[in-house]
Design a binder for this molecule. Structure first.
Ligand code: PHE
Length: 345
C-alpha cells in the first residue's frame, strides 16, 4: 500500500491541470466513489491492527495532498473566469436582430381591409373547408351546371350519385357570403378576406392557392350604380387618384348582371406591356348584382332587398401594385423579394 501511495504521490505532485475540466477529472480519479482513495481504503481496512496506525497517518497525508492540489487550481481557474468577465467590454454595440417585413399579400390585404372598413364594411371570415351547399348550391350553381367545372375544385369528399354530400376546399370566399346571409338580415355590408384553392396548373399567372377579398352589400334599393361607385372609390384609394377603370360584361351563376372590372395597367400606364398582355388593362375583380335566387336560398326576401357582390384576387392586385411578374414568387419565401417590403407599413 505504501508503495502505491508513493507512486501516486509522485503523479499528483507532477500534475498540472490546464483547465477546470482536467482538474475535475483528476478529482474524480482520486476522490470519486470508485476512485483511488477508496480503493486504498479497502486495502487499509484489511490490514492487521498494529499496521493500521502508521498506514492511517500516511493515508491521511495522501488525502490532504490531493485536496491541496485541487484547492490550488480551483482558485486559479475560478479567478481566470472572473477575469474574463472583467475584461468584457459592456459598452460594445450588440448584435442587432434583423426586423422582419410584412408579406406583400398581407400588405395589400391590410390596405384593402382599411379602405373598406373606412366606408362602413365589416370583416367576416369563414371556414376553408366547405360543403357543397355553401360553395355551390346556395350560390345558384345547379347540380349539373358546367360552371362547377369552371371552379377546378379540390374535393375532400366526393359523392358522384349525390353531389350535395360533397366536401371541398373552398374555391372562393363567396361561401362566406352565404354564411353571412343565412345568419343575418339586411342591411349587410361586409368583406370576406381569405385563402382559396383551385386545382389549376401552376404558371406565372395562376396558382392552386391564392387569396381573395369578396364583398357583399345587401339593403333596400341597392343598385349597380352603388356597385360601380364603391369599386371606383376602392381603386382610387388603393392605386391613387385618376386610376382609370372599365367594366366588361361577364358571367357568374350568383350575380345578374355580372361584370369584370379592369384597371389601367400600372406597369406601362396603359400603353401596353407584357404584364397587361399589351392591352393596357389588367383584370382585378369580378362583380355583379346578387341573383335573387341566391338571396332567397339564404332566407332573404328578394322582393324587398337587392345587393351587390364583388370578388378581388389579392395576388393579382399585389402583382400590379408592386410590379411582380410571377405569381409563384408569393409562395417561395425568397428573402430577396420579401426584404424589399421592409419600409412598408
Ligand atoms: N366568386 C367569384 C370568383 O371567385 C368572384 C365574384 C364574387 C364574382 C362576387 C362576382 C361577385 O371568381
Amino acid at each position: 500500500m505504501q508503495e502505491k501511495i508513493k507512486h501516486y504521490s509522485a503523479e499528483i505532485n507532477a500534475f498540472e491541470p490546464k483547465n477546470a475540466e482536467e482538474l475535475e477529472n483528476f478529482r474524480i480519479q482520486f476522490l470519486g466513489r470508485k476512485g483511488i482513495l477508496n480503493e486504498l481504503f479497502e486495502i487499509f481496512k484489511a490490514l492487521p491492527g498494529e499496521e493500521k496506525k502508521t498506514a492511517g497517518k500516511i493515508m491521511n497525508e495522501f488525502k490532504v495532498l490531493i485536496e491541496q492540489k485541487i484547492e490550488l487550481y480551483k482558485e486559479k481557474f475560478e479567478s481566470v473566469s472572473e477575469n474574463a468577465i472583467a475584461d468584457f467590454d459592456f459598452t460594445l454595440p450588440g448584435d442587432s436582430s434583423e426586423l422582419g417585413a410584412r408579406h406583400p399579400v398581407s400588405l395589400v390585404l391590410k390596405q384593402i381591409n382599411d379602405i373598406f372598413t373606412r366606408i362602413g364594411f365589416t370583416i367576416v371570415k369563414g371556414p376553408q373547408i366547405e360543403d357543397d351547399k355553401h360553395n355551390f348550391t346556395a350560390l345558384n350553381f345547379p347540380l349539373d351546371h358546367p360552371a362547377r367545372d369552371m371552379q377546378d375544385t379540390f374535393f375532400i369528399q366526393k359523392d358522384d350519385n349525390d353531389p350535395t354530400q360533397d366536401w371541398a376546399l373552398r374555391t372562393h370566399t363567396s361561401s362566406v357570403q352565404v354564411r353571412l346571409m343565412e345568419n343575418n338580415q339586411p342591411p349587410l355590408r361586409s368583406i370576406m378576406p381569405g385563402r382559396v384553392f383551385r386545382n389549376e396548373a401552376i404558371s406565372a399567372r395562376s396558382h392552386c392557392i391564392f387569396h381573395q377579398v369578396e364583398g357583399l352589400y345587401v339593403d333596400e334599393n341597392v343598385s349597380f350604380a352603388d356597385l360601380k361607385q364603391t369599386l371606383y372609390y376602392f381603386v382610387q384609394e388603393l392605386f391613387g387618384k385618376g386610376t382609370e377603370v372599365r367594366f366588361r360584361p361577364s358571367y357568374f351563376p350568383f350575380t345578374e348582371p355580372s361584370a369584370e372590372m379592369d384597371i389601367q395597367c400600372k406597369n406601362c400606364g396603359g400603353s401596353g406591356c407584357n404584364i397587361c398582355k399589351y392591352s393596357g388593362w389588367v383584370e382585378i375583380l369580378g362583380c355583379g348584382m346578387v341573383d335573387p335566387n341566391v338571396l332567397e336560398n339564404c332566407g332573404i326576401d328578394s322582393k324587398k332587398y337587392t345587393g351587390f357582390a364583388f370578388g378581388i384576387g389579392i395576388e393579382r392586385l399585389a402583382m400590379n401594385k408592386y410590379k411582380i411578374k410571377d405569381i409563384r414568387m408569393f409562395f417561395e419565401n425568397d428573402m430577396r423579394l420579401l426584404k424589399q417590403f421592409k419600409s412598408e407599413i
